[in-house]
Design a protein around this ligand. Structure first.
Ligand code: AMP
Length: 128
């Protein structure tokens, strides 16, 4: 069971920003930049291009909604998107508020307190 499935089942906590029947979005615990969010299908699948075309499109559509909310809540030049999956083998889309190229390079990290994570999640939160 992946660490993200554990988040989905509530076994481990997360700073959730959006959820529907098929997807969940929560803040990355080791963010590249303030507001770095992960969008995850609830059904555990390893690689993004193993998803069916329809599930892939649904994931992109949900990510679009979350990115819009993120762009409104977190001042940035634009929201960047990346898919990696080398650390957690459960499909996820990284949405990262960008101000400079380093924000999407996964080397420079930002430290946030529990209070800051909570406030951020609340400010991004998507209502369906
Ligand atoms: P990757 O699989 O390379 O796309 O990276 C996995 C991402 O998941 C990294 O950015 C981690 O910081 C993030 N991550 C790992 N565990 C957690 C967790 N429990 N809650 C939130 N984000 C996590």
């Amino acid at each position: 069971m992946s660490v993200f499935t554990k988040i989905i089942t509530g076994e481990i906590p997360s700073y959730k920003v959006a959820e529907n029947d098929d997807f969940v979005a929560f803040l990355d615990i080791n963010p590249n930049a303030k507001g770095h969010t992960l969008v995850v299908p609830k059904k555990e699948e390893n690689k993004i291009f193993n998803l069916s075309r329809v599930d892939y499109q649904k994931l992109m559509d949900f990510s679009y909604t979350v990115a819009k909310a993120l762009e409104k809540a977190v001042p940035c030049k634009r929201v960047g998107m990346s898919v990696i999956g080398l650390e957690v083998p459960h499909v996820h889309v990284h949405l990262v508020p960008l101000n400079e190229m380093a924000d999407i390079q996964f080397s420079q990290k930002v430290k946030l307190t529990d209070f800051e994570f909570r406030a951020l999640a609340k400010s991004i939160a998507v209502k369906f």
